[in-house]
Structures are given as structure tokens and as C-alpha cells.
Design a protein around this ligand. Structure first.
Ligand SMILES: CCCC(=O)SCCNC(=O)CCNC(=O)[C@H](O)C(C)(C)COP(=O)(O)OP(=O)(O)OC[C@H]1O[C@@H](n2cnc3c(N)ncnc32)[C@H](O)[C@@H]1OP(=O)(O)O
Ligand SMILES: Nc1ncnc2c1ncn2[C@@H]1O[C@H](COP(=O)(O)OP(=O)(O)OP(=O)(O)O)[C@@H](O)[C@H]1O
Ligand SMILES: O=C(O)CCC(=O)C(=O)O
Ligand SMILES: [Fe+2]
Ligand SMILES: [Mg+2]
Length: 333
């Protein structure tokens, strides 16, 4: 039987090759791609960077994997900076250093073993270089347009699972965390800093789910505990097939903020590393999440800002403070 996941693997394989039926130079306009595939284009913008096949793939699946987009030299530099931060040799304003929930209450050791994630590294020039890499922005522009804001930055150092499955990231949609719209002008770039597969907890995606609505999210009822703010889709039962994204160092996946994804347990003894940035068109606008499914995360972030920084701010303001322009003009966000 030829399963849906097999079909996707074949598609992923073909994406690495030059388009056969139509060439990028002969056919790049929205109308041409649209006519060729007989579908309206909604998730990608008219541009000459994506091949018609790549464009169609993102439209249908909500993600696009590009092999070998970030050089090994750059990744090694990000890794060195990460290690300096862990050893506390550099202090970065606004940086959130997160520990896995299983060791959250133990004494801090200045070592990568105590750090499961860095968030908000926009004030670290070396790590923030990732968000400004021209080859990444070329792709990002296909989804956001020319005015680009870096909204959210992360370096994920998924620890070996301590036996409680807390290294998992529950299935979720990133839009749950974002009080800005439209969703189609937001995209995440996620780059593997080493080879990732099911053993060390690669990304798991449900292709096509970007066409669905934003679901209700909450803490999953996991016996071993859940990390702070790791909300998952409530009553997670999905008919969509799951696809494990096996990636090599430097491979980068771009994905839509409604795409349902997560990552599995890290069954190895190594720390699985990835670096990512969520981008949005600067022309996006903030929304008030009161009375919506996002109210729970909005309140949680507001409480955290109050407790940790003594800041009484709105959910939208917490994002406006972190947002950085990386290309074009800061028009709205
Ligand atoms: C598209 C976006 C998708 C996502 O971003 S999903 C992930 C979202 N995650 C986040 O935004 C990061 C949230 N984490 C944080 O802000 C920080 O790590 C956090 C929880 C405030 C802790 O930071 P600090 O205050 O610097 O650390 P601390 O050691 O002083 O701990 C303070 C209290 O927090 C607890 N804690 C720390 N890490 C935790 C964890 N992983 N899970 C659950 N609780 C955790 C810690 O036990 C301590 O609690 P208590 O005050 O002693 O009762
Ligand atoms: N009850 C659940 N609710 C939400 N997400 C879940 C639930 N159970 C598993 N997941 C998520 O499914 C995704 C894929 O997990 P996956 O099955 O690949 O890894 P695993 O269960 O950790 O290990 P294994 O490879 O042995 O299955 C992860 O994001 C995981 O957190
Ligand atoms: O495990 C990962 O790297 C994925 C993390 C993720 O999806 C998120 O933080 O939103
Ligand atoms: Fe995510
Ligand atoms: Mg499983």
C-alpha cells in the first residue's frame, strides 16, 4: 500500500531537483503556477525565488524543506556562542534561558546540560546573525513580502530524556502564541544544527494542517510533567498523517504558523540542537485575544512579565518589544 507519508517522502525528494515540467525562469507568475496546478495561490507571494513545484508544495503542505541552506561554518559559530552563553561568559539583555522541567528546581550548573532552550536572543549579535542570513531572508520574503520583522528567536537544545518524556514538545500550532495577523504572512525558519531524526527528537509535522483553523491549546496531561508554556492541542486526535522530518546539519524548514507540529523524545545521550526564527510581515497588525482561544497563553505571558520583570504590559506589547526589523521598513508591527 502506498501511504500518504510515502507520497510525501517522494515529494520531498523531488523538491531537491530542478523542476522538470516547468522551469523557474519560464514560469514564475502566480497565474502561471496557479494555472499549471489548477489551484488558487494563497500562502505564497508572487516571486521568482521559489520554483513552481516548491510553491505548490508549500501551498498544499504548509512547509518547505531546503537542504543545506546554512553553512557548517555559520552553525559552528552559533554553537560556540551558545556554549559561551551557557558558561556565562556573555550576558545578553532580555535573553530567556530555559531549563528542562525535570531539573528546573536543581542547582544551576554553567553548562549546556542545564539549558534546554534559549529564547529572545535578538540582542546577541552573533546568534541574531542567523535571522539576517540573506539566503534565509530570500525564502522568508516569499511568504511575508519585502518588509520583514524577526518576531521570535529560539535556540533549542533538546536534552537527553531523563525518563519522564519531558523532552517532547506536544503537537501545537505556533499561531497560538502570536497576537498578530494575518497568519499567512507569518513563517518560521527552523535550521537543524546537527543531523536530526526520530532518535533525537526531530520535528514532526502534519502536512496540510495549515489549512485548518487555530485550535484550542492547553497543557497536555502528561504524567512526567510538561515544560512551562509548552501548550499542546487540546483533545489531540488527528486524522492527518504525521511526517518525521529527518534533516541534516544546515537543512532548513520553513513552515506556516497553523501547521500542526511538535517534536518527539530525545532517546540519545546528545543534546539535539536547532536554531529558529519566526518572521512576520511588518505590515501585519496586532489583535486583542480577549475572548478567543489564545486568552490562556496571553494571560500566562502577561503574568510572567509581571513576575519576572515587574512589567505590567499587554500580550501585544510583549511582542512589540521583542520584534526587530530585518529587511525593508517597519510599517506596522
Ligand atoms: C512559537 C513559540 C512556541 C514556544 O515558544 S513554546 C515554548 C514557550 N516557552 C517559553 O516561552 C519559555 C518559558 N520559560 C521561561 O520563561 C523561563 O524558563 C521560566 C519558566 C520563567 C523560568 O526562568 P527563570 O525565572 O529564569 O528560572 P528559575 O530557575 O528562576 O525558575 C523560576 C520558576 O520557574 C520554574 N521553572 C523553571 N523552568 C521551568 C520549566 N521548564 N517548566 C516549568 N517550570 C519551570 C522554577 O521551578 C521556578 O519555580 P518556583 O518559583 O521555584 O516555584
Ligand atoms: N497525547 C499527546 N498530545 C499531544 N501531543 C502528543 C501526545 N503524544 C505524543 N505527542 C507528540 O507527538 C509528537 C511526535 O512524537 P513521536 O511519536 O515522534 O515521538 P515519541 O512519542 O517521543 O517517540 P517515538 O519515536 O518512540 O514514537 C511529539 O510532538 C509528541 O510530543
Ligand atoms: O523541538 C523543537 O525544536 C520544536 C520547538 C517548537 O516547535 C516551538 O518551540 O514552537
Ligand atoms: Fe512550534
Ligand atoms: Mg510516539
Amino acid at each position: 500500500m502506498f501511504r500518504a507519508t510515502d507520497r510525501l517522502k517522494v515529494l520531498l525528494h523531488h523538491l531537491d531537483r530542478p523542476p522538470a515540467a516547468v522551469t523557474a525562469s519560464s514560469c514564475t507568475s502566480a497565474q502561471a503556477v496557479s494555472a499549471h496546478y489548477r489551484v488558487p495561490l494563497r500562502y505564497t507571494l508572487d516571486n521568482d525565488h521559489l520554483s513552481p513545484e516548491q510553491r505548490h508544495f508549500y501551498e498544499e503542505n504548509g512547509f518547505l524543506l531546503i537542504k543545506n541552506l546554512v553553512s557548517a561554518e555559520d552553525i559552528d559559530r552559533f554553537r560556540e556562542e551558545f556554549e559561551r552563553i551557557c558558561r556565562r561568559e556573555v550576558q545578553v539583555p532580555g535573553l530567556v534561558v530555559m531549563r528542562d522541567v525535570t531539573i528546573a528546581k536543581s542547582e544551576f550548573v554553567p553548562d549546556q546540560r542545564a539549558v534546554s532552550k534559549l529564547q529572545d536572543f535578538q540582542e546577541d549579535p552573533e546568534l541574531f546573525r542567523y535571522c539576517k542570513l540573506p539566503q534565509i531572508l530570500k525564502y522568508v520574503e516569499c511568504f511575508t513580502g519585502p518588509n520583514i520583522m524577526a518576531m521570535h528567536t529560539m535556540l533549542i537544545n533538546k536534552p537527553p530524556d531523563a525518563g519522564k518524556k519531558t523532552s517532547r514538545h506536544p503537537m501545537h500550532q505556533d499561531l497560538h502564541y502570536f497576537p498578530f495577523r494575518p497568519a499567512d504572512r507569518i513563517v518560521c525558519a527552523w535550521t537543524a544544527m546537527e543531523n536530526v531524526d526520530r532518535n533525537n527528537g526531530c520535528l514532526v509535522v502534519q502536512p496540510g494542517t495549515h489549512k485548518e483553523t487555530l485550535k484550542e491549546h492547553d497543557y497536555p496531561e502528561w504524567e512526567g510533567g510538561v515544560n512551562k508554556m509548552y501548550h499542546g492541542i487540546r483533545d489531540y486526535r488527528s486524522h492527518h498523517p504525521r511526517l518525521h522530518l529527518v534533516m541534516e546539519k544546515g537543512d532548513t524548514v520553513f513552515f506556516h504558523p497553523l501547521l500542526i507540529h511538535g517534536s518527539g523524545m530525545n532517546k540519545t545521550q546528545g543534546f539535539r540542537k536547532a536554531i529558529s526564527c519566526h518572521y512576520a510581515s511588518a505590515d501585519c497588525y496586532y489583535i486583542d485575544v480577549t475572548g478567543t482561544t489564545q486568552e490562556n497563553i496571553g494571560n500566562e505571558i502577561k503574568e510572567l512579565a509581571l513576575q519576572k520583570y515587574d512589567l505590567d504590559i499587554k500580550f501585544q506589547e510583549s511582542w512589540a518589544l521583542r520584534a526587530c526589523l530585518v529587511q525593508g521598513e517597519r510599517t506596522s508591527l
